[in-house]
Design a binder for this molecule. Structure first.
Ligand code: 13P
Length: 286
């Protein structure tokens, strides 16, 4: 069933688990991700980032995401990841996305507040939720100075913009890590204590299990995973092609679905979002 971001994150926020947000670039990705979610009875977020539009145009992907979500027996949120402008967010809203992210993290604080507030005003009128980012989540391989989310700024930002979820920068990076990152959990705890809304961790690929657990028990309710999916698909395709290099036709569709299902299953287990597995370890209800 198709749901909004705040609907899907409410229980996660109360019971201390995270819902996986998986960037899916193909039919096979979407099918594999939803098979994993349904097998484990877990909620899931399908998302597409604006930088991915050249590979997977939003207007083509939206009907796929939305139809898959509506047919699913588990809650599915369809989310725009890293929208770069108000216009992109409005396009996503018109296409039926149930949640949009405006990423103004590179902008001066007041400008980020201004555009995010405008996105929120329009999205709310359409019944759509909003995620925004404060502090800078870098790209792996790129030098990052101290760009962690500032606690006081986060409080002002959340109050002024009326967003539903806040993406934080606590040492996380997008892409494949050269070294396993050390997340600043102390900063996360401070942000969580100051703000009660669901927090989002970007750059999930390559994060250690220990850091994932520390995050989901300290306010992170949504974790974005992109690189790990595409790398797993690539690996499975390489292995499959190597099995019979002289084969004239290699059916790769199922290989891609299986790789997507496998990697999404692993993350659902790590994020503790499946009621079929042990109750969330941070839960007060267990
Ligand atoms: P990774 O590619 O590091 O998993 O990051 C995904 C992400 O944060 C998308 O917004």
């Amino acid at each position: 069933m198709l749901v909004t971001l705040s609907e899907i994150l409410k229980d996660a926020n109360e019971r201390h688990y995270a819902v996986g947000a998986f960037n899916c670039l193909s039919l096979e990705n979407v099918m594999g991700a939803l098979e994993a979610a349904e097998d484990l009875r877990s909620p899931i977020i399908l998302q597409l980032a604006e930088v991915q539009f050249p590979e997977a145009p939003m207007e083509l992907m939206a009907p796929l995401y939305l139809e898959a979500a509506k047919r699913s027996s588990v809650p599915v949120c369809v989310h725009l990841d890293h929208g770069q402008s108000l216009e992109t967010c409005v396009r996503a809203i018109r296409l039926g996305f149930t949640s949009v992210m405006f990423d103004g993290a590179a902008l001066p604080f007041e400008e980020n507040v201004g555009i995010t507030s405008e996105v929120t005003r329009i999205a709310k009128a359409a019944g759509v939720d909003v995620e925004a980012e404060l502090g800078k989540v870098g790209n792996s391989g790129v030098d990052t100075a101290d760009v962690f989310t500032d606690v006081d700024e986060s409080v002002r930002f959340v109050q002024k913009t009326g967003i539903d979820a806040l993406a934080v920068a606590i040492g996380n990076l997008h892409g494949h890590y050269v070294h396993t990152p050390q997340l600043n959990i102390k900063r996360l705890i401070e942000i969580h204590e100051a703000n009660r809304l669901p927090l989002v961790l970007h750059g999930g690929s390559g994060t250690s299990e220990e850091d994932f657990k520390a995050c989901i028990h300290n306010g992170i309710c949504k974790i974005n995973v992109a690189t790990a999916i595409q790398r797993r698909i690539m690996k499975h395709i390489q292995e499959r092609l190597a099995q019979k290099p002289d084969e004239e036709y290699v059916p790769l569709k199922q290989v891609m679905i299986d790789a997507s299902r496998e990697v999404v299953t692993e993350h659902i287990q790590l994020f503790e979002s499946s009621p079929l597995l042990a109750p969330p370890t941070g839960s007060t209800n267990n």
